[in-house]
Design a protein around this ligand. Structure first.
Ligand SMILES: Nc1nc2c(ncn2[C@@H]2O[C@H](COP(=O)(O)OP(=O)(O)OP(=O)(O)O)[C@@H](O)[C@H]2O)c(=O)[nH]1
Ligand SMILES: [Zn+2]
Length: 367
């Protein structure tokens, strides 16, 4: 007779949060889908002891994004994804040079490659998605296994059914307000900071409300993406810090506004990966090329959550401070009316002139 356990087992949202933690620690995660199962560990956190285990388990494969594959001249058969058989003598050094482009120019030859075609790449694709959401380089060692469920039980691995996870990963996690408090600021004495926490255990995001904006009229709004280097350190490589301060100053001057501080550092790739991109930029690549060489898209941000916060706060229409037309499209697509685009051009320096020109040329930013 089976009895109902006193404590319910974690659901898919909770297991996904665990899986992200596991992957950041280099602990294998069991991915299952239909009859298939595979153990996955990101290259970035893989240890040599784990690699030896994975080799004993079966035939390890390396999953990479098409962006990284293009740089490495790997043939791609699965659209957005490349799969390679791990060479018998490949160790952590080889794996790390496949995942991390830091030494691409010094060591361009990493092949010959044994590309895998046929079979179902769905588990590999899920492994890449999970690595990205754990803010790790998108390169994962995947070992197909039989008897995945039994193996996971024996080794106490987090199990992710990718069909169950797909719906969860495809939507923006709902955010709930945790707390808000008054904060007098240089830009306005009438400031209030609201903290929003997502249901999926991910990063918290903040809304800085200035004054008491009328919920029935379009509010002066800014969707700011976290930039530690620009916002805090005063980096001259981008325009984020001056944009942040100019937006708050304008809201202060008008007496009302809302600035969303979204913790999507480095356009959603995380600070460590942004610093990797900066190293590549010192080798001569522009901001978009650097992201691609790392295996990322130009922009990995999810702006749906900005719209979600605005709705939760009771705003339906905005006067949006931005030069980025994608933000306008996303807001409109998520049901927030953009009554006006308010340009925000500040903070041009000799150091960021190239960065701003690339944004205009490749990312469609308005001048
Ligand atoms: N990956 C990467 N991210 C960067 C780089 N420079 C700045 N960022 C990040 O880009 C984000 C800011 O985005 P921007 O594209 O400058 O501006 P935007 O917010 O899209 O558009 P605006 O509303 O017009 O400012 C922040 O998260 C920064 O950390 C870079 O070279 N590489
Ligand atoms: Zn910046």
């Amino acid at each position: 007779m089976t009895s109902t356990p006193a404590i319910a087992a974690p659901g898919i949202i909770e297991r996904l949060a665990r899986a992200r933690g596991d992957l950041r620690m280099g602990v294998p995660v069991m991915l299952t889908g239909g009859e298939a199962a595979a153990v996955a560990v990101p290259v970035e956190t893989l240890s040599s002891a784990r690699l030896a285990e994975l080799r004993r388990l079966g035939h390890p494969e390396l999953a990479l994004t098409v962006r990284r594959a293009e740089t490495l001249k790997i043939r791609v058969y699965d659209g957005d994804l490349a799969r390679l058989a791990l060479p018998a003598d490949a160790g952590l050094d080889w794996l790390s040079s496949m995942a991390d482009p830091a030494d691409d120019l010094r060591l361009p030859m990493k092949g010959p490659f044994h590309e895998i075609r046929g079979g179902v790449p769905a588990l590999h694709r899920a492994a890449i998605t999970l690595a990205k959401s754990a803010r790790l380089l998108p390169a994962v060692v995947v070992v197909p296994v039989e008897q995945g469920a039994a193996l996971a039980r024996a080794a106490d691995l987090t199990v992710i059914d990718i069909d169950e996870a797909a719906a969860e990963l495809g939507r923006a996690s709902p955010l709930a307000e945790v707390v808000s408090a008054r904060l007098p600021m240089a830009a306005s004495r009438a400031g209030r900071v609201h903290i929003f926490r997502p249901e999926d255990g991910g990063e918290e995001h903040y809304a800085i409300e200035i004054g008491q904006p009328d919920r029935k009229a379009p509010v002066l709004a800014r969707l700011h993406s976290a930039c530690f280097t620009g916002d805090v350190l005063g980096s001259l490589k981008c325009d984020c810090g001056p944009q942040l301060r100019a937006a708050l100053a304008q809201m202060g001057a008008e007496g009302a506004g809302v600035l969303l501080y979204l913790n999507q550092e480095g356009r959603g790739i995380g600070l460590a990966n942004k610093m990797r991109a900066y190293s590549l930029q010192d080798q001569g690549f522009d901001t978009v090329e650097a992201n691609h060489r790392l295996g990322f898209e130009d922009d990995e941000r999810d702006f749906r959550l900005g719209a979600g916060i605005l709705k939760t706060m009771g705003f339906a229409a905005v006067r949006l401070l931005t030069n980025n037309p994608r933000k306008i499209t996303m807001m409109e697509g998520q049901g927030i009316r953009v009554a006006e685009r308010v340009p925000l051009r500040v903070g041009e320096t000799p150091e960021n002139r190239g960065y701003l020109a690339t944004k205009a040329a490749k990312s469609g930013h308005l001048l």
